[in-house]
Design a protein. Structure first.
Length: 61
């Protein structure tokens, strides 16, 4: 079994929520994770999110 830290689970949670939940945007995921700044949440994502409208729209507003 692969060793996974609690912090690693936070990274997985963040990435899974933004990739697989069409009802959540990056702002909501940021609040769920307890981050004050969306930039912190973006650091948690482990996929090519620049093509994702939910993430890119944060910077367009």
């Amino acid at each position: 079994m692969k060793y996974i830290t609690i912090h690693g689970l936070r990274h997985s949670y963040c990435t899974t929520q933004i990739n697989n939940n069409k009802y959540l945007n990056i702002s909501t995921v940021s609040k769920l994770m307890g981050h004050v700044d969306i930039i912190t949440t973006l650091k948690y994502l482990h996929s090519d999110e620049c093509t994702n409208e939910k993430v890119c729209s944060v910077f367009e507003d």
